[in-house]
Unconditional design. Structure first.
Length: 215
């Protein structure tokens, strides 16, 4: 039986994920996948209408790591917080796949499930429809944006990340205090702790602010 006959949508996504993680998102092309799969590149169009659909499916692939199933007795705020943390962690684990969701939502199974779950919890928390949408967008922007910012350092050893943050603080501390009085005053606290801690702090601040929006 030929490789083309064994070709499935799932197999294509699996190999595309390997190519993306190895070579970067720009290298996930029909030609590259045809070579990796050992088939004519045009065979991929039997499973995907175009490259954009393939890229969206690839971006949706890693989002399956987010647990969207309602948990008994879990408060709405705890559920939203947990899902945002899981979404960020999923992106940090596979940053090159995450690049496929930065430009637009995939509108496929896993992204739709996350969207539904976040909106479900916000509505359960008392947010009216428009307020729930505003809260949802704020949470997604924070979570996806944070992962994109933190991804370059995420794979580094802890000691290297700590030294990098220390170097940044030293640069801020060395600024002219007259030109940058506010920055130099707090320089020793900038980028203190881990990126995970800074994200959860920002997330908690946002959730507290969203309660006011709910009212």
């Amino acid at each position: 039986m030929s490789r083309t006959a064994n070709l499935t949508r799932e197999r294509i996504i699996e190999v595309a994920a390997v190519v993306a993680e190895r070579d970067g998102s720009d290298h996930v092309t029909v030609r590259a996948l045809g070579e990796a799969l050992g088939c004519d590149p045009t065979a991929l169009y039997r499973h995907f209408r175009n490259v954009d659909e393939l890229h969206r499916a690839l971006g949706d692939h890693f989002l399956a790591a987010v647990d969207v199933v309602p948990r008994p007795r879990e408060a709405w705020r705890a559920a939203v917080r947990r899902m945002c943390i899981e979404l960020r962690q999923a992106q940090l684990r596979q940053p090159r796949l995450a690049a496929f969701v930065h430009a637009a939502p995939t509108r496929l199974a896993n992204e739709l499930a996350i969207t539904e779950a976040l909106l479900r919890e916000l509505r359960r928390g008392g947010f009216k429809p428009v307020a729930a949408v505003r809260a949802y967008h704020a949470l997604v922007e924070l979570t996806v944006g944070s992962a994109a910012i933190d991804a370059p350092l995420a794979d580094m050893p802890t000691a290297v990340r700590t030294a990098t943050y220390r170097h940044w603080r030293n640069d801020y501390s060395a600024l002219d205090a007259e030109a940058f009085p506010a920055t130099t005053e707090v320089a020793k606290h900038l980028y203190d702790g881990s990126a995970d801690d800074r994200f959860t702090d920002a997330l908690d601040l946002m959730l507290s602010g969203l309660v006011a929006l709910r009212r």
